[in-house]
Ligand binder design. Structure first.
Ligand SMILES: Cc1cc2nc3c(=O)[nH]c(=O)nc-3n(C[C@H](O)[C@H](O)[C@H](O)COP(=O)(O)O)c2cc1C
Length: 214
């Protein structure tokens, strides 16, 4: 099938303003739980989200990261603070997240402001990761140009022996970010491309809910 012939009809369900919770985070958790069905294929990562960032000049980049927590009204992910995204978020704390839950014909878009997690929280999470991921975080100068994967592997093996049986410290250049949302959009695919889009915008202490044209 050629690319231009690829299309699906979305018929699974609809979304109205009366269906959604007045608190978008409650609505997000509801959809997240619905997306986390037990019989999903192994390769599917419900917590994978696109993260778009931009620098002070407005150059935009995006990539997938994993959502690792929802706490106190913010969404958390972990990365290298010196990576391209880390440098962009230092210049411009406004980010955008996007989840695709294709098996439910749903998309969730979130915009917000990002801050670094408390150091204690990053360290605690770091120590719950598999040892090889901890070593990987030390070895990788994420987003920088390297000679070969062999050099990385050699550094990995050297660190493995260095920390043999010992606790691996959380690197200073690695940790969490918290996204404090200012806008949510819940998208449900509908027949005839008349999709449902319910949007929340922060207005002082309250959320304004509206329906958007597909
Ligand atoms: C499914 C998936 C999950 C990923 N999760 C993370 C993550 O949680 N943190 C991270 O730093 N990179 C993650 N990555 C790698 C990023 O997409 C990206 O390659 C990396 O963070 C470097 O991005 P940057 O150069 O734009 O900073 C993931 C990639 C995929 C495909």
């Amino acid at each position: 099938m050629s690319i231009h012939e690829m299309r699906k009809t979305y018929t699974m369900s609809g979304l109205s303003r009366s269906d959604v919770d007045h608190d978008p985070m409650v609505q997000f958790r509801r959809w997240f739980e619905e997306a986390s069905q037990p019989d999903l294929p192994d390769w599917m990562e419900i917590n994978a989200m696109n993260l778009a960032t931009s620098d002070a000049q407005g150059k935009v980049t995006s990539r997938i990261v994993l959502l690792k927590g929802i706490e106190g009204g913010s969404l958390c992910f972990y990365t290298n603070y010196e990576s391209e995204k880390g440098q962009q978020m230092a210049e411009n704390p406004q980010v955008s997240l996007c989840f695709l839950w294709g098996h439910l014909q749903r998309q969730v878009r979130i915009e917000g402001n990002v801050t670094k997690s408390e150091r204690r929280k990053s360290m605690e999470y770091f120590h719950t990761r598999p040892r090889e991921s901890q070593l990987g975080a030390h070895v990788s100068q994420q987003s920088s140009v390297i000679d070969s994967s062999r050099t990385l592997q050699e550094q990995f093996t050297a660190l493995e022996s260095k920390y043999n049986q010992q606790e691996i410290p959380c690197p200073d250049h690695w940790g969490g970010y918290e996204v404090q949302p200012t806008r949510f959009e819940f998208w449900q695919g509908r027949p005839g491309r008349l999709h449902d889009r319910i949007c929340y915008r922060v207005d002082g202490e309250r959320w304004q809910v509206s329906r958007l044209s597909p």
